[in-house]
Design a protein around this ligand. Structure first.
Ligand SMILES: NC(=O)c1ccc[n+]([C@@H]2O[C@H](COP(=O)([O-])OP(=O)(O)OC[C@H]3O[C@@H](n4cnc5c(N)ncnc54)[C@H](O)[C@@H]3O)[C@@H](O)[C@H]2O)c1
Length: 259
């Protein structure tokens, strides 16, 4: 019997692949048998992210800015040219933006966050969906956040952008409902990462780093999540094991949003 959690031979395109969560995810997808197209705007870090992947992943690195429609079309074309299909799309690139109350948030910084986190996700959907719809199969996973489910002071635009990602996810899932293309998103909570440190430090400028027990006190699991734990849900959603899952927003948050 085939193991439905395996991804053998599937082609997975991952944006934000040079980041903490993206790198953990390309590693797990490759371990499960996927071939990998890794996309990021940071070329050197991208090369570092793919260098230890198994040879069977046939990893292709594409440097692209997800906010530029031509570059998005180019990473999609590069994947199809090399592998002839896109089975899995992890639409993950994102930024936290500035950390400041709305009254002090610049319009320029606001637009930048929306550009990467919402326009970037929209463009990925716009260009990958035609490939998957033509194949009549595929799984798309967008990265939202628990900040897409609840408010988040001093990163209001980040929170707004992630609410938008959930809306895009559900709408895209409905647009694909009569096909074999599924669209879901993950909502990570507080993940041990550069981005989390930047937000916490931004809320306490000039102060000593916030102790870990203070950070985790509102998390029922009493610990931060690991990028590998987000990757596990992405790999599940990417697989045939999730064949009846579409339009969902999966929290990976140690219970943070349960109450
Ligand atoms: N770290 C967390 O605690 C956390 C929690 C919830 C959600 N998220 C989301 O998870 C995703 C990954 O976050 P991470 O923690 O790995 O952050 P990260 O900063 O380590 O990785 C993000 C990656 O996206 C890339 N990127 C940013 N803008 C880009 C652009 N315009 N074009 C191409 N690439 C671009 C960056 O170069 C970086 O490699 C993001 O969408 C983030 O909002 C993170």
């Amino acid at each position: 019997m085939p193991d439905r959690i395996r991804l053998d031979g599937k082609v997975a395109v991952v944006t934000g692949a040079a980041g903490v969560i993206g790198t953990a995810t390309i590693r797990l997808l490759a371990e499960r048998g996927a071939r990998v197209v890794a996309v990021d705007r940071r070329e050197l870090d991208l090369q570092g992210a793919i260098k230890d992947l198994p040879a069977a992943a046939q990893a292709l690195a594409v440097t692209a800015d997800v906010t530029d429609e031509n570059e998005v079309a180019e990473y999609v074309r590069a994947a199809v040219d090399k592998f002839g299909a896109i089975d899995v799309f992890y639409n993950n690139a994102g930024i936290e933006g500035d950390v400041a109350p709305i009254t002090r948030y610049s319009l320029e910084a606001f637009r930048r966050v929306l550009d990467v986190n919402v326009v970037g996700v929209f463009l990925g959907l716009k260009h990958v969906l035609p490939v998957m719809l033509k194949q009549n199969k595929g799984s798309i996973i967008n990265t939202a956040s628990i900040a897409g489910l609840i408010g988040s002071p001093e990163v209001a635009v980040y929170s707004a952008s992630k609410h938008a990602v959930i809306g895009l996810t559900k709408s895209a899932a409905l647009e694909c409902s009569t096909t074999n293309v599924r669209v879901n998103c993950v909502c990570p909570g507080l993940i041990d990462s550069r981005m989390l440190s930047a937000i916490i430090q931004g809320r306490n400028p000039g102060n000593a780093p916030t102790p870990n027990d203070k950070i985790v006190e509102r998390i029922p699991a009493r610990r931060l999540g690991q990028a590998s734990e987000v990757a596990s849900i992405v790999a599940f959603l990417a697989s045939d094991e999730a064949s009846y899952v579409s339009g969902s927003a999966y929290t990976v948050d140690g219970g943070r949003t349960a109450s």
